[in-house]
Design a protein around this ligand. Structure first.
Ligand code: DX5
Ligand code: ZN
Length: 238
């Protein structure tokens, strides 16, 4: 279970302090928005390069931009360990995924809430993570959309069947109230923005979220172990 806090809703004049306050995080999730793919404009490559120089944390770049085919490789070249682009935006996702891997980055593919699993099913071997949006992309602090949970379970099944080691990440509205539902559905990696940075102690919240995810996963896996007839570890419940 991985917790990757989003810095979207932090004070951008004090980014270094925000990043330093989440020591236990598995990665820093950085939301890049271009005011075209989403109706918001955030930060881009120069700021990501500054962040790269300021932290040894894994950088998890989430590109909510048009034409990632052109822009995504620059983030891998800047030293980001993971670069996620949206399937709705990429013109040639396989070519882009291969280019990112060639540059040494993990490749993530993102899906908006209304985008079906079929949009990424064929290209799973080309990616290292799948990011399911549980809000419409563009802003932090929105309410969690339960309607994406069946898609997460479908993806978990596909990933298990494929034998690939792919992280299944959820992004949007993840909090102590919603993370258990995400784990039950099959997710293993969690972006949390406002839940972490609006708490009094961001690092403690990261640890609490991870503990909640791990204990839910432990009971989920126990149920699968007792009901699993074919010995493959079972699937999450429908
Ligand atoms: C939304 C971003 C998310 C967002 C998460 O478009 O991709 O990463 O910052 O923030 P919360 O956890 O507040 O929904
Ligand atoms: Zn994000």
């Amino acid at each position: 279970m991985r917790i990757t806090p989003s810095i979207l809703n932090t004070d951008f004049t004090r980014l270094g302090e925000a990043i330093a306050s989440i020591e236990s995080a598995d990665a820093v999730h950085i939301d890049v928005m271009d005011n075209h793919f989403v109706p918001n404009l955030t930060i881009g490559l120069p700021v990501v390069s500054s962040i790269r120089a300021a932290t040894t944390h894994m950088l998890d770049i989430h590109l909510m931009i048009e034409d990632p085919d052109q822009w995504a490789p620059g983030y891998a070249e800047a030293g980001a360990e993971s670069v996620t682009f949206h399937v709705e935006a990429a013109k040639a996702p396989v070519r882009l995924a291969r280019e990112l891997r060639r540059l040494g980055a993990r490749v993530g593919i993102g899906l908006n809430p209304a985008t079906p699993v079929e949009a990424v099913a064929q290209i799973l071997p080309e990616v290292d993570s799948v990011l399911v949006m549980s809000v419409e992309p563009g802003f932090g602090g929105q309410g969690f959309l339960d309607l994406v949970l069946p898609k997460v379970t479908q993806l978990r099944r596909l990933i298990s069947q494929s034998g690939l080691s792919i992280w299944l990440q959820m992004d949007g509205g993840v909090s102590m109230e919603t993370i258990e539902r995400c784990v039950q559905a099959g997710a293993d990696t969690f972006v949390a923005g406002s839940a972490v940075f609006r708490s009094d102690d961001p690092d403690r919240m990261v640890q609490s979220l991870r503990r909640a995810a791990e204990s839910t996963a432990a009971s989920r896996d126990q149920v699968f172990a007792t009901t699993d007839s074919n010995g493959d570890g079972g699937d999450p419940p429908r």
